[in-house]
Design a protein. Structure first.
Length: 263
């Protein structure tokens, strides 16, 4: 562990990203589109009534929060890990006086700062236009912070261990694409998980994907009881422990067999 070196790497990466901020602003806008489509579909369907206990304004609030949570938890750097391994650029990272994970974490932090510079004003403008209904209690607000932190950690390390399969397979990125598809289906993006059909709702409650996005959103919007919130934290922490264990095992085994020319 090298905190001082890690902070310097974060600052360097952030300065590099800011040179190309227009590209990343465009990328952030593209990530907004699917939730916005769902927002307009469900808010229009609700009209002046409620669907699954949610009114039009509550659907708007749900999806605006989901847009921010999705941006904050999305681990785009996991998509580059496989390329770094296959190209031999992992050589340079292994020679640094810090874990190569710092490189991914530096990009994560730098990316979040750049994306939020676009996302926060854009979401605020949408809120002024669409008039969300959000009633946040102190308990929900306090519970949201650790839920969001665990959601990011779970999404990052779950994707990272999948990316580490590039030590053994050349097409490990396909598993990351599958993960994104399952997140879209089961994490509350296509619809709040309470509105999913029975089998999908049970799958969402048991699998890790809901706890990467939907769970913290449901906490902040007051859709969960205290018992459901505590149960969700337990499942979220359990899946994070699994992801960390897989990450450690695959990293140690992968580095032992890793060999490359170049980098």
């Amino acid at each position: 562990m090298n905190p001082h070196g890690g902070w310097a790497l974060i600052r360097q990466t952030w300065l590099s990203w800011m040179q190309h901020r227009s590209f990343f602003f465009l990328l952030a806008f593209m990530w907004m589109v699917p939730p916005l489509v769902s927002l307009f579909v469900w808010s229009t369907a609700a009209g002046g009534e409620t669907i699954g206990g949610l009114s039009r304004g509550e659907f708007v609030a749900y999806y605006l929060i989901l847009i921010l949570v999705n941006q904050l938890t999305y681990a785009q750097t996991n998509w580059t890990v496989g390329d770094v391994i296959r190209s031999g650029n992992m050589n340079a990272l292994l020679l640094r006086p810090m874990s190569p994970v710092y490189d991914a974490l530096a990009s994560e932090v730098a990316g979040k700062v750049v994306y939020m510079a676009f996302m926060l004003p854009a979401t605020a403008i949408l809120a002024l236009i669409l008039h969300p209904e959000l009633h946040v209690t102190p308990q929900n607000g306090l519970a949201f912070v650790p839920a969001l932190t665990l959601a990011w950690a779970l999404r990052f390390f779950w994707g990272y261990w999948l990316a580490l399969l590039a030590f053994w397979a050349t097409r490990a990125d396909g598993l990351l694409a599958l993960q994104d598809s399952l997140v879209f289906l089961l994490a509350g993006q296509i619809a709040p998980t309470a509105l999913l059909p029975g089998l999908l709702r049970k799958a969402a409650a048991a699998l890790p994907f809901r706890y990467m996005i939907g769970f913290p959103v449901e906490i902040l919007t007051g859709q969960l009881s205290a018992a459901e919130t505590w149960a969700g934290f337990a499942i979220q922490a359990g899946w994070l422990a699994v992801a960390l264990a897989l990450f450690v095992v695959l990293w140690r085994a992968g580095v032992k067999r890793y060999s490359a020319v170049g980098g």
